[in-house]
Design a binder for this molecule. Structure first.
Ligand code: TMP
Ligand code: ASP
Length: 253
């Protein structure tokens, strides 16, 4: 097939023109960034793992009626997705204090929150993705009140589904980030989950040991990131038994 036209390149993924109208191809790179891309590295195998895990989580969400952009995986690094109009916000749902809420509010990491907390961050790398309130979102027209209600509802449904899924494999879902897009169906618009759901965008702690199995391993230099992601993928049975290890010597082929 002729190389597809590149439409957008982000820090961890590339979007290409899709094979038919209303579709795109999402390519998962091996690049890892943190702290507004101040820290970067190539983590061999990360793209393949995240492509497979995002497929698994979004397929599950689609199956229980939470709409996502995911259509099907095309190969090791690419998936076919629906083209959406992205809302320029990151929706973060937190079950347990960690990361920026711990710093901002002086809460010890690991403190259970009284209920899931939904937060919005403006997607703007130059500003460092600042936390914004409903007031900012409405005043600057980044989304409507209906969108806000729908985004909170979507965030909480994804949280319940992902928390249960993770619980089943001995992992605590501490928090996660999703991005949401609009699709238009005749006169109606609908919000659907877009981007990716993977250990890049979640905090995942082993239920027994508390070991971190997410991008904090990279952010905080806690060990090998590909090994942590492989552990998560393995618990969901997403890696064939005879696959080579994520880290360590590589076969040349
Ligand atoms: P935070 O504690 O740094 O605000 O992050 C909350 C959650 O959102 C955590 O699971 C990591 C995820 N996240 C992203 O996926 N992308 C980002 O740019 C940031 C800041 C957080
Ligand atoms: N993804 C963001 C960055 O690259 C922040 C993060 O996930 O820590 O800067």
């Amino acid at each position: 097939m002729a190389r597809r036209k590149k439409l957008y390149e982000g820090k961890a993924k590339i979007l290409y023109e899709g094979p038919e109208p209303g579709t795109l191809v999402q390519y998962f790179k091996d690049d890892a960034t943190a702290f507004n891309a101040e820290k970067r590295a190539k983590i061999e195998g990360k793209g393949v793992l995240n492509n497979r895990m995002s497929e698994h989580f979004m397929t599950g969400l689609n199956a229980i009626g939470v709409p996502t952009h995911f259509i099907r995986r095309l190969n090791m690094r690419e998936q076919l997705i629906r083209s959406v109009e992205m809302i320029p916000l990151e929706v973060v749902v937190r079950n347990v204090a960690a990361g920026s809420i711990s710093t901002r509010l002086g809460m010890e990491e690991g403190t259970a929150l009284p209920r899931p907390i939904v937060e919005f961050y403006l997607k703007d790398d130059k500003l460092g993705d600042p936390l914004v309130t409903d007031e900012h979102i409405l005043a600057f027209n980044w989304a409507t009140q209906q969108d806000l209600d729908d985004m909170v509802a979507l965030g909480l449904r994804v949280n319940d589904f992902m928390s249960g899924l993770m619980y089943g494999v001995g992992i605590r879902l501490i928090d996660f980030k999703i991005e949401i897009g609009r699709i238009f169906e005749g006169d109606y618009q609908r919000l659907i989950v877009a981007d990716e759901i993977s250990p890049d965008s979640c905090r995942l702690w082993d239920a027994k040991s508390g070991q971190k199995l997410d991008k904090d391993v990279f952010r905080r230099d806690l060990g090998n990131l590909a090994d942590a992601y492989t552990e998560v993928a393995n618990r969901f049975g997403l890696i064939p038994k005879n696959a080579p290890p994520a880290s360590g010597p590589k076969l040349v082929n």
